[in-house]
Structures are given as structure tokens and as C-alpha cells.
Design a binder for this molecule. Sequence first.
Ligand SMILES: Nc1ncnc2c1ncn2[C@@H]1O[C@H](COP(=O)(O)OP(=O)(O)OP(=O)(O)O)[C@@H](O)[C@H]1O
Length: 420
Amino acid sequence: MARKIGSRYTAHQVLGRGSAGTVWLGEGPDGPVAVKLLREDLASDQELVGRFVQERTALLGLDHPHIVSVHDLVVDGNDLALVMDLVRGTDLRTRLDRERRMAPEAAVAIVADVADALAAAHAAGVVHRDVKPENVLLDMQGPLGPGGAHPALLTDFGVAKLIDTPRRTRATKIIGTPDYLAPEIVEGLPPRAAVDIYALATVLYELLAGFTPFGGGHPGAVLRRHVTETVAPLPGIPDELWQLLVQCLAKAPASRLRASELAARLREQLPSLAGMPPLDVDEPGSEPEEDEGAEDPAEGTEGGTAAGARGEPRVRRGAVPLVPGAKPDSNRDTHTSMRVPGPDELAGGARGTARVPRAAGAPRPGSARNRAMARRRRLTLGAAALVLVAAVGLGAWAALSDDEGDVPPQDSNNSAPAVP
Ligand SMILES: Nc1ncnc2c1ncn2[C@@H]1O[C@H](COP(=O)(O)OP(=O)(O)OP(=O)(O)O)[C@@H](O)[C@H]1O
């Protein structure tokens, strides 16, 4: 059913819902538009309305081919709405959900577009603060680029900042999507342009791998990993692309590339990625072959990925509040309101919780399948030893026993991560 938004716009049909509100397909004096109607509780927040008006210039000022422009801000009774370019297509999350992993050329082309958008925003003094696949729209009516990628446009500029009022996020709280939060935010530092680079590098990793580098499990664990763990290599990724990812996922913001450099370096790599298929990486926690998971019910309790392997509903990105009793900011799992962990909490308990990517078909370290394989290796070793005993007698067996003392333990928990 159509509804009027202010005096100039009519909203016809819901395009989608997010944590801040509902996006409608609308009509304005100059043609079709997208109208983001903010949630009622946000719209009735006087402080937020004031900020909305204050931020007007920054929000309306961004004009770039890879940014979804905001044309108008409407404050009308209980309605608070942003009127934006209508992008006819889909968002990157939907595409990723469909494809699971993208070919490197298309992934890099999309991320280069977003890096261009960030370069323009950062030059105008605007930090996005919520870069994630949900906020990248793919324009299906635009020309096809490298790898068959449609032009990518970054949306929701300034929305995170709007909603993040001082009252809403006291110094001890973080609002955001845990998987994409830069370590300096977790440590309580003010978000600068480099947080967007970290988030975008996380998106690139996710497009290539099918999962984020530090995601999985309780949001508190995700935050700790951002601060304490290094990113695990992706099997098969071209070295130059990997170096770029590592640099942009650096813990120190100053070590990361600037958006314009990132865009240029990504585009340089496009020719060498042409025709390359998606990486053959198994999602950590999934077991590609026989299911021996029943033998150890306690296994894989870190995060939802092991649950996914057992056919239970998977929780991809957690929205569990870190503070007991606190409510997440939305019904969706993309945002979380969290207490900032203290330094002692950040330092402890995170070791070994990162999900380590494996080449497709390789067993998960510590998994039932891996332990079973280790057991099989031991049995094979034992059988070989018996044959040897029969053949060369007790003296040779004694020698073999001595040698076995030098064989590294076959405990699969010590398996090294796959290296590209
Ligand atoms: N300018 C637009 N043109 C066309 N569709 C849009 C536009 N903006 C958003 N949408 C659609 O509306 C959906 C909801 O968008 P919205 O920005 O409210 O939420 P989100 O970014 O997915 O999540 P969150 O707000 O929780 O971060 C998007 O997934 C997209 O499909």
C-alpha cells in the first residue's frame, strides 16, 4: 500500500529491511527513488533528529559513481527518511549467499569500486563505519565489468554515525557488525578512515573464502580475535593479492593502505586474475567427506560453524549481546550492541579460536575426521611394523622402535594450517 513521505515522496513497496529501518521503492518529483524510513524509536529520538539535520550537508554532499547518493532528508511528524538513488539490482550479501564464494577477478573488481567510493568519502572527511556486504549494492543495469561484475555502489553513508549518538553508545559500548570491526574500535579508539579499509579487506577475504577471517561464535570471541589473532592464509590465493589483504588487515591502522591506493593496487591485479575460478577452500568447521562427528559431541562448540556441519541451523554472524540481558539493536543478525571487553579479557582466552581455512577436502585440525585419519595412520604404521617384525626378526623391530621415538606425534591437533 502506498504511503506519503513528506509532501514530495510516495513510498510504494518495501524493498528490504535493515536494522535502522525499512527501505521502500518510492516516487519523487524527479522519478523513482529509494526511501529509507528510519525505525519509529529512532525517529522519535529528538537527539537523533537533531543530528540527522546536522549531518545533512555531509550526507547530501557525497556525489560519486560508486556511492548511493542521498538526495533528500525528510523529517515529517513521526517519519524520518533518507531519499536515495534507486539501485536496480541486489546487495552483495544476497549474491554471496547465492554463490558462496566469488571468482577472484569479480571479487576484486567489486572491492575496487567500493575502495573508489571510500576514497571519495574520505577525501570529503566522511568515514563510513559500517562497510559490509549488506551495504554494497550491485547495479544490474550498469555495464558488466571485469569478471562479469556489475558496478558496485556503497550505501548507508553516515547512517552508522547518525545512529551512534553519544547517549546510545557510551564509551563502554560498541555498535556495529562484529565481523568487520577494526581492532582499534574494539580497543576504544575513535573510528578514522582506516577502519573502513579494514572492513573492506574483511569483505574481500569473505568474497574469496566464503567466510570472514575472524568471525564465528560469540561476538566477544570475534572482537578478541580482531585484536589478538593474525589472519590465516587462504590456500591458492595469488601471493600479491594475499599481501594486499594482509596489509589492509593490519592491526595498526597506520600500516593499512589508503582507499585510493587500495583501489589502484586492486585494479593492477585484475588482468592476472582473469579466468581464475573461485578458490577451493573449505569453510572451517565443515567436514567435506564422511561424517564422523558423532564420536565427540563436545567438539566444535566454538561458534555456529560446527553446528552447520551437523545440519543444524547455522548462525553465521553473531548478534548475541556480550552483556547478559542486553538486547541486540535489531531483529537481524547484522548488528550487535556490545560491552567493550577489558584489556585482560582481550588478552586472554582468544588463542586458537580463529577459524583456519583449509584446502578443499583437507580435514579440520582437531576434528573427528582428522583424528580418525591420524588413528588410521597409526594403525597403518603399526601394521607395517608387524610385517617388518615377521620379515627381519626381533632385532630389526627393536631398531624400528628406536626410530619411532623420532617420529613427530601424529596428534592432529598439532596440524599446521594449510599454506597457499
Ligand atoms: N538505494 C537502494 N536501492 C535499492 N534497494 C536498496 C537501496 N538501499 C537498500 N536497498 C535494499 O534494502 C535492503 C535493506 O537495506 P538497509 O540499508 O536498510 O539494511 P542493511 O544494510 O541490509 O542492513 P543494516 O541496516 O542492518 O546494516 C537492502 O538489502 C537492499 O536490498
